[in-house]
Write a protein that binds this ligand. Sequence first.
Ligand SMILES: [Fe+2]
Ligand SMILES: [Fe+2]
Length: 287
Amino acid sequence: MNVKERFVDLIRNRDASLPTLPVVIGNLLAKADSESATPEELARFLSNDQSLAARVLRIANSPYYGLLRKIDSIPRAVTVIGFREVVSIALGSGVIGLLTPREKGGLIDPVELWRHSIAVGFASKEAGKITGKPLEDSVMLAGLLHDVGKILFLIYFMADYAEVLVKHQAEGIPIHLVEAELLGIDHAEIAFLLMKQWNFPDSICMPVRHHHAIDQCPAEHRTVALLVSAADWACHAAGMGMSANTAPGRNDANLRAIGLTEQGLEKLIDASRSSAAEVEAFLEAVS
Ligand SMILES: [Fe+2]
Ligand SMILES: [Fe+2]
């Protein structure tokens, strides 16, 4: 059985080793698509999970939001930074908390991978601003979770993934192609399988699934996939974290498709580089 078949089996059998999404996050996802939840309701959900609530507050008070006054409660956070933003923070930090391997395998440092992911989350949003795209709520989360599949490989299929990394580094073939060849599945697809199992909405799952194969992305999710892919490239160029991908290729057609000019790209790389302190504070707040 290859890695794909083994992972599909884990999901089909609801294997106990698979991380289960905390109930509170499931409730949030159900509410994320509606405007109907009040700050009080949200606060009530989050109060069922004190450590998650505390993490959300730490992030809301991090330099990324640059607020002058301290936010000391969830309802206050909802009022100041917005309902959907709070939900995004809770979901993102919940998943990071769930999928950080305790031991370092020596293959890829998971912390470096999360550092890259958080930077891409911020940069995806920035790419949307630079190109004047409507700011979709899913942009930041799709960016934050785009490489979560690599963490899954590290946690569940470490030995197999070691072979992928060796071949990728020796031959310089893009990592997702080596994964597909040796494992039968790439990091984008394995992330999609888990996120589907967790009932994540397509607005997040689809851009993650297609961030290396944009032409296969359904049209309604393509813009977000393109923003994430541009942000991914910019963060590599800016040296933000490590994703185990040695030299991701630049795809000019993809950049053009969202109207990202040379000047815009420079701006994006600069913004990614100067987000370092915010990325660090975010990483600290979630760990
Ligand atoms: Fe990727
Ligand atoms: Fe990446």
